[in-house]
Design a binder for this molecule. Structure first.
Ligand code: F6P
Length: 368
């Protein structure tokens, strides 16, 4: 047997730990060959396909702790709607499918988020690719898995930022605003906000009221505290409903900037000096947390076992302390949002943090 693995979408900590687990299980457990495809589907689109032999990595224990992905990845360039140099778009799916067959692969492991997974699923159906998916994204917004690879490392980074912001906030009598990633889901902001003791947690799934947030901050002051910590997810909108973005790349918008808008508003309303930290890509890089390494390892081993059982079109998932697998069609259903009635929201509220209120028109929240 000869299997391929590719990483697709935004990178995150723990991808190399996934690759190592796949190589170890495939080589040591089954005696197979493993091929690593470079730059996701881009690598398959090339002629010859861009790939490397991964069998020798079986001894590379440094991979467990190495950030990024040794294979490279892309988070744009949908092969069904591929941007061409002349500005037009072309369907290059047939080239990707041809690449898989040229490499003589018996199966492919795709490590990606829901967008990548949807593309790979479509390619697999069209091109007879035996596909197994492994969920990764710092956003943790894939359906049917409690954790995706990369999430806890990103949360750890955001919590460390709050730990560092709190003493300087206290020294300078300030409100500190921390803007975190997560795209349309608020999982990073919510987990980090609770773990890092944020006084206000703003997530896209909940509506907020600037007057109520202002009063909340002023009450903190009345209670005798000279500083406050606010965490805001990048996709939170301004109070007039406008998204704050840094433009788009033709395929998707890039969020960023809500922290600065909020600082201006909150500073003016409270009269409190306010500063902003935008955490950005430091949430994606660096050494994976032990939990991400555990999830990555369990996912990698299970994905190879699924191939051995000829169980394709499945995605591995973490559920109730176990690794399981689910139908890929049930995973590619759009982002899993924060459950506005769930434990994390009620915990934040119970701790006295401001988190706003569920929107009048409920957004579609898929729960684990
Ligand atoms: O999906 C992962 C993610 O890090 C999001 O949280 C963020 O909005 C986006 O990717 C950033 O993408 P890029 O690396 O293209 O700036």
């Amino acid at each position: 047997m000869r299997i391929g693995i590719l990483t697709s979408g935004g990178d995150c900590a723990g991808l190399n730990a996934v690759i190592l687990a796949v190589v170890r299980r495939a080589v040591l457990g089954y005696g197979w060959d493993v091929v690593g495809i470079r730059q996701g589907t881009h690598g398959l689109m090339q002629d010859p396909p861009q790939a490397i032999d991964l069998n020798d990595y079986v001894n590379n224990d440094g991979m467990l702790r190495l950030g990024g992905t040794i294979l490279g990845t892309v988070n744009k360039g949908d092969p069904f709607h591929y941007p061409m140099p002349d500005g037009s778009f072309a369907d290059r799916s047939a080239e990707v499918i041809a690449g898989y067959h040229k490499l003589g692969l018996d199966a492919l492991i795709g490590v990606g988020g829901d967008g990548s997974m949807a593309i790979l699923h479509r390619l697999a159906e069209m091109g007879g690719i035996n596909l197994v998916g492994i969920p990764k994204t710092i956003d943790n917004d894939l359906a049917l898995t409690e954790y995706s690879v990369g999430f806890t490392t990103a949360v750890n980074v955001a919590v460390e930022a709050l730990d560092r912001l709190q003493p300087t906030a206290a020294s300078h009598d300030r409100i500190m605003i921390l803007e975190v990633m997560g795209r349309d889901a608020g999982h990073i902001a919510l987990f980090a906000g609770v773990a890092g003791g944020a006084d206000a947690i703003l997530i896209p799934e909940m509506d907020y009221d600037l007057d109520a947030l202002t009063e909340h901050c002023l009450n903190i002051r009345k209670r005798g505290r000279n500083h406050a910590l606010v965490i805001v997810a990048e996709a939170v909108k301004r109070d007039d409903g406008a998204a704050v973005t840094q433009g788009d790349d033709g395929q998707k918008v890039r969020y960023g900037g809500i922290g600065h808008w909020l600082a201006d508003e909150l500073g003016a309303r409270t009269g409190w000096e306010t500063r902003v930290t935008v955490l950005g890509h430091v949430q994606r890089g660096g050494i994976p947390s032990p939990r991400d390494r555990v999830i990555a390892s369990a996912f990698g081993v299970h994905a190879v076992d699924l191939i051995a059982q000829k169980s394709f079109d499945r995605v591995v998932a973490w559920s109730k302390r176990k690794v399981i697998d689910v139908a890929m069609a049930d995973v590619i259903v759009g982002p899993r949002l924060v459950d506005t009635n769930g434990t994390m929201v009620s915990t934040a509220k119970g701790l006295g943090a401001y988190i706003g209120h569920p929107p009048k028109t409920a957004r579609t929240a898929k729960t684990v």
